[in-house]
Design a protein around this ligand. Structure first.
Ligand SMILES: [Zn+2]
Length: 207
């Protein structure tokens, strides 16, 4: 019998989060003793608590177990954000202000305009369609880059983006394996029903 915990690896959870999967729930545990935990939400996949928490500030997934792991590694992660804001995460004044996914960011309008000019130039320069900006793929790439910057500070694109050969031959294989594992899991869950129906819904619509 395959339990859901088997495939709940860090990267499979990160993928589910990226895809905004409804299988993931973010559980608020602010009632707990440590202030540090205000930064993190305990994760549930398929309504079962997993050994990972989610950082509200940068969206990182971190290993954590309520019994086995203390809050030391979480505290140092939270502190790394606070240092940039010049405050201590373990201090009483802790209030996570920059929420990567669900609160409006505090960013000047002219910076937003500038970034969007860069996007316009970039897409036009590479002859890419402007509807790319609405695609989940483009948005997940951008979000990941923003999260990395928040986590590690100033970075060069060349520090992060690998060659197209590596992405195609290695990263793509890893990602497909993960999607396949998730699909197998879903099929295993559905197998208790007498019939399964698959619909492949791929189309391009111009509007
Ligand atoms: Zn973080």
């Amino acid at each position: 019998m395959e339990g859901p915990s088997k495939i709940n690896t860090k990267s499979s959870i990160e993928t589910l989060i990226k895809l905004k999967s409804a299988r993931v729930k973010y559980i608020d545990k602010t009632d707990q003793k440590s202030d540090v935990r205000k930064v993190f939400k305990v994760l549930e996949v398929d309504s079962k608590q997993v050994d990972f928490v989610w950082c509200e500030i940068c969206g990182a997934v971190l290993a954590w177990h309520s019994q086995k792991t203390g809050t030391k590694s979480l505290k140092s992660h939270a502190d790394s954000h606070s240092r940039k804001r010049g405050e201590s995460a373990s201090g009483s004044g802790l209030q996570p202000k920059i929420t990567a996914f669900n609160k409006p960011a505090n960013i000047p309008k002219k910076e937003v305009v500038r970034v969007n000019q860069v996007i316009a130039r970039g897409l036009a320069g590479d002859l890419l369609p402007f509807r790319s900006v609405e695609g989940i793929g483009f948005q997940s790439i951008c979000q990941e880059m923003l999260n990395l910057g928040a986590k590690f500070g100033p970075l060069q694109v060349s520090d992060v983006i690998q060659s197209r050969h590596t992405i195609k031959r290695t990263r793509l294989v890893e990602v497909s394996d993960e999607i396949l594992a998730n699909l197998k899991h879903n099929i295993a869950q559905a197998a208790s029903f007498p019939r399964i129906c698959f619909t492949f819904d791929l189309w391009a619509d111009k509007y």
